[in-house]
Design a protein around this ligand. Structure first.
Ligand SMILES: Cc1ncc(COP(=O)(O)O)c(C=O)c1O
Length: 483
């Protein structure tokens, strides 16, 4: 009767009465033992199991005390009546007991990466877009900055006092971004969160109602799409060409509440937004009463010339929320990003940030402030700019050599990934799938389009050694064919 249920393990280190108790309890819980089923008497079970009667009695006493079995003098113990549930009811009960996400939760749990990545569960692979070079990370300087931070930060900063961000980092960033990116920012307007994704998520929730309209570059960043979709926004495509996002012809049924753009380095195409287009976008946002979310994720390492002025500094400062991250210039694992919000919104959004628990690690923030102030950050950026430029060039040259007219790809103007176009007879998602089996995690360009029909690949180059590039191009030649 208890075959397969009560196989005891004498080497488990768990007392035998406890093992018997747990196994019977589990079997009742998952219905292998039905309600009212008879159990062996303690004498019989002790004989079957080769244990003392006291051992079985101890287990039965525990089960009886919890109401899992009923023990009556002179009768065999039985599994307790479970409220007279019949089989069908029980099945239903089991189903409803399996935890489920809510309707709202379904939106929050949707993985938009499936559109671009062959295997979104796979979190890492060679030539992955968005991955900075681990071998360029200044481990020693960073370790020293972290050590200083761990030794010197004290008081309220280590508790919850500075939930919007560690004040010295907010000051350093205000000064650095005003100088380098032409933004308008007081330290109080800078909120520090773990990721840009967290910023986008929070902003979409705080600044819109479900059903509101949001414009998103087409093709555009999947993280922004996820944030907008989970806030229940209607997403309107903002077309992109070589001059960046073009708002001139967009006529959405309703005016947008939010407009997401990547002006200094369009994601995923990699172009810059022209000055005309930037000024025009600010005008459109003003007319609509919309806020522009300017994602400036990698402008600090454009390879030639200075990055274009930030949109945020072009307008009055109130039309734009500027977003930056250390996930590209340092490492995603630092989990530090920031946003500059209009003064009137800084207080309320900081409270929402605290309510959502989107707070940055204080030691990391202190180390970053130190890193920026001491000039290490600037030196690090200079180094990675050179390395990334060389890797990007090599990637393009090898792709062109290996695939000839089967691929169309330009030298990247900066950043850590590039977009390449494929001919119409090649299916980019099939290529991405084949590449995954060889350990490469490229993304399919088609997955980033809303209305735009695209066919190509997004390829990371920053973390690629020469051997990775050669192996990747060889695998691509096999996957695409040279025509
Ligand atoms: C356009 C763009 N913005 C933001 C980010 C991510 O920043 P974070 O890791 O801080 O969310 C990425 C990462 O790939 C990105 O491509």
């Amino acid at each position: 009767m208890l075959a397969g249920i009560l196989d005891l393990d004498r080497d488990a280190g768990l007392p035998l009465p406890e093992q018997i108790y747990r196994k019977i309890r589990a079997a009742v819980g998952d219905r292998r033992l039905a309600a009212d089923a008879p159990l062996p008497s303690s004498r019989e079970l002790s004989r079957q199991l080769g244990v003392s009667r006291n051992t079985v009695n101890a287990a039965y006493e525990l089960l009886a005390a919890e109401g899992i079995i009923a023990v009556r003098p002179g009768a065999r113990p039985r599994v307790a009546e479970l409220g007279g549930l019949d089989g069908a009811k029980r099945e239903l009960e089991e189903k409803t007991r399996a935890p489920q996400v809510s309707r709202r939760g379904e939106g929050l749990c949707r993985d938009v990466r499936t559109d671009a990545y062959a295997d979104p569960l796979r979190r890492q692979g060679r030539l992955q877009p968005g991955a900075p070079a681990e071998d360029c990370f200044p481990r020693d300087d960073w370790a020293r900055a972290l050590r200083r931070a761990a030794r010197h930060v004290s008081g309220g900063a280590l508790l919850y006092e500075d939930y919007a961000g560690y004040p010295p980092l907010r000051r350093s960033l205000a000064e650095y971004l005003t100088r380098e990116r032409g933004v308008r920012a007081k330290p109080e307007q800078i909120l520090i969160l773990p990721t840009t994704q967290g910023c986008l998520h929070l902003l979409a929730q705080v600044l819109s109602e479900p059903g509101d309209c949001a414009w998103l570059e087409d093709p555009g960043y999947l993280g922004a799409r996820a944030a907008f979709a989970s806030a229940g926004l209607n997403i309107e495509p903002l077309p992109v060409d070589v001059d960046g996002a073009d708002a001139s012809g967009v006529e959405s049924r309703e005016p947008p509440k939010l407009i997401y753009v990547t002006p200094s380095h369009q994601y995923p195409f990699g172009c810059r937004m022209s000055l005309d287009r930037r000024l025009q976008l600010i005008d459109r946002a003003r007319e609509a009463g919309a806020l522009i979310l300017e994602d400036d994720y990698d402008s600090e390492f454009l390879f030639s010339g200075r990055p274009i002025a930030a949109l945020q500094g072009l307008g009055s400062g109130d039309e734009v929320i500027y977003l930056g991250t250390f996930a590209k210039s340092m490492l995603p694992g630092l989990r530090i990003a920031y946003m500059i919000v209009p003064e009137s919104l800084a207080g309320p959004i900081a409270i929402a940030q605290r309510n959502a628990g989107l707070l940055g690690n204080v030691h990391t923030q202190a180390a970053l402030a130190d890193f920026i102030e001491s000039g290490h950050y600037r030196a690090h950026l200079k180094r990675i700019r050179e390395t990334y430029e060389a890797r990007g060039r090599m990637m393009v040259e090898r792709l062109r050599d290996g695939l000839g007219n089967r691929i169309s790809v330009d030298f990247p103007i900066g950043g850590i990934q590039l977009a390449a176009r494929l001919p119409p007879d090649v299916d980019d998602r099939a290529v991405v799938k084949r590449m995954v089996t060889k350990g490469f995690m490229l993304a399919a360009l088609s997955g980033y389009g809303l209305k735009a029909r695209l066919n190509g690949l997004v390829i990371g180059f920053a973390d690629a050694s020469e051997a990775d590039i050669d192996a990747g191009v060889k695998a691509l030649v096999e996957a695409i064919g040279t025509g």
